[in-house]
Design a binder for this molecule. Structure first.
Ligand code: NAP
Length: 513
């Protein structure tokens, strides 16, 4: 069992009591009393606090953290030592003592633990700046000093690739260890801890109750990351990108996994940097099949890196993804073999043909005005020209429109010519109109006729200014959310070889937006 642990960090007994009540209500499986947060700390207060926590019947850790390792209130060593000794005497299930202090406190804590065998010891070491260079040695030393200890390290992950050293420790020691990566890049280590059999993982009550950087609230742990459903067999998926905090993909895919009762969890994977960092991340994943990662959605800025990674490894890439020059999906099959796809274009084509009530083949000969010449435009133009649609590209930077038109053998024009556009379908592939610029549109409303089908790839907001104008003009409209739904549904199928529950996906997308 990996205990989902809530640190209790009130400044006084009353606020601690409130936090204990909230932690129980939220579903905590263990409490950590961070006594160093208390503004007045003595034996009596500790006794009362511990008694209050023990009423919950949850296992309780008592910690009185040294300021050098992230503690509050700069409590002198002698008081910290006495608090830990008293905690053992008062029946704490566990005490957490910094490894360096455990040695400095000489035999005092060792003696009290020897006399009170029910209390277990967590030996910990923290680095709020960077990863430890000698992580494996730290664990070996801790176990050599106190073989029954649960050895814990917490270090700041400067990059997601720093998490793999912690995963290796958990893979080796399981419930005898805790290995936490702090900071946004380390957040996945807190979620994945359960799959890897860690003794515990820390969460919090949300708001200002965070006791270390990168902690994930208990609400998100349970509702978004399916903590209760996770076990050693869980498979992982995720979206690789930078930034990634805004992505609705974790909510979308996890709600589908939950609806289908699949033992899978989808994570946000913040991979900063360029191709070297992306390659290192995937190499780290591939060399650890026991992590059970089975697929990735890829977003800005890594779609080209994903394609190149698979190509360099001699793996399968679907031909249209090669033509587009970008992969937004990598699936990991048997023996770790990777295959790459681009579901942006299939998502767009499905959304468009559904609204028009035609098949993809029937797009042949349709005149399409494509606004924009970036990544999404490229994917959609590849799909449209593949079926024989007649595309004209309009873009602010004309040279980009020209280059794309040459590559896909279609037309291009200056945005000034938009007022005279002659098209059956208009597709906005620029970011104009995207929140917070909801009042902007890439096209003057006078240009829209009832005969047009207007497709806006922007999905936040759902009703963009362009689509409002199109509706008012009596044109058919295709929402960016539908493209999002279909590209995600296609990814789900590539990941799991099963259909995704479309209504759940739609519901989650509209709730998330
Ligand atoms: P991108 O590669 O950065 O391309 C952006 C395009 O927008 C370029 O053509 C750029 O023109 C143009 N543009 C940006 N700001 C402009 C402005 N102020 N005036 C005129 N043109 C402007 O981005 P992308 O990956 O293609 O994404 C484009 C949009 O697609 C995003 O905003 C997103 O909302 C949408 N999208 C939707 C889905 C979906 O599933 N529905 C999926 C992914 C993306 P220049 O070449 O002149 O810079």
């Amino acid at each position: 069992m990996t205990y989902l642990t809530i640190p209790i960090c009130g400044k006084d007994l009353e606020s601690c009591k409130e936090q204990i009540g909230s932690a129980v209500k939220a579903g905590a499986q263990m409490l950590e009393l961070r006594t160093d947060y208390l503004q007045t700390l003595d034996t009596n207060i500790l006794k009362n606090l511990l008694a209050e926590a023990k009423k919950t019947a949850l296992p309780v850790i008592v910690t009185c953290r040294d300021a050098k390792e992230g503690g509050q209130n700069n409590i002198p060593a002698k008081i910290r030592k006495n608090i830990l000794i008293d905690a053992v005497k008062f029946g704490a299930d566990l005490i957490d003592c910094e490894f360096s202090n455990f040695i400095n406190f000489e035999d005092d804590i060792q003696n009290v633990l020897a006399d009170n065998k029910k209390t277990k010891l967590i030996l910990s070491e923290h680095n709020f700046k960077e990863p430890f260079e000698n992580l494996a040695e730290i664990y070996e030393e801790m176990y050599s000093v106190w073989p029954d200890a649960i050895a814990k390290t917490a270090y700041n992950a400067t990059h997601i690739n720093d998490c793999f050293a912690a995963f290796d420790i958990l893979h080796e020691y399981g419930e005898k260890a805790i290995a936490i990566c702090m900071g946004p890049a380390g957040a996945i280590s807190r979620i994945m801890a359960k799959k890897l059999g860690s003794f515990l993982t820390f969460s919090n009550l949300g708001g200002d109750h965070q006791t270390a950087p990168g902690q994930v609230s208990i609400e998100l742990m349970k509702k978004l990351y399916r903590y209760d459903a996770m076990n050693k067999e869980t498979k992982f998926y995720g979206v690789i990108g930078d930034p990634i905090g805004h992505s609705i993909s974790p909510a979308v895919h996890n709600s589908c996994f939950a609806a289908k009762k699949m033992n899978s969890v989808y994570l946000p994977l913040l991979v900063t940097g360029g191709k070297p960092e992306f390659d290192t991340f995937l190499n780290n994943i591939n060399s650890r099949p026991w992590l059970d990662f089975k697929g990735f959605s890829i977003t800005i800025p890594h779609k080209v890196n994903a394609l190149e990674y698979a190509q360099e490894k001699g793996e399968y890439i679907e031909p249209v993804a090669v033509q587009i020059g970008a992969a937004n999906t990598l699936s990991i099959g048997k023996n770790g073999r990777i295959s790459g796809y681009n579901t942006d274009y299939t998502g767009a084509m499905t959304a468009l043909t559904e609204v028009m009530g035609i098949s993809k083949k029937e797009l042949k000969g349709k005149k399409v005005a494509c606004l924009g010449a970036g990544g999404v435009a490229r994917a959609i133009i590849a799909g449209l020209t593949d079926v024989g649609a007649k595309v004209t590209i309009y873009n602010r930077t004309l040279t980009k429109a020209e280059g794309l038109a040459k590559e896909f053998q279609c037309h291009f024009a200056d945005v000034d010519k938009l007022r005279k556009l002659d098209a059956d379908i208009i597709i906005n592939c620029t970011s104009i109109g995207m929140s917070p610029n909801d009042n902007e549109s890439p096209l003057p409303k006078e240009c829209i006729k009832p005969s047009h089908t207007v497709f806006d790839t922007v999905y936040n907001p759902k009703e963009t200014m362009l689509l409002k104008d199109a509706k008012a003009a009596g044109a058919k409209v295709v929402h960016g959310t539908e493209m999002f739904v279909y590209q995600a549904a296609e990814q789900f199928k590539l990941f799991t070889q099963t259909d995704c529950p479309m209504e759940i996906m739609r519901e989650t997308i509209s709730k998330s937006l």
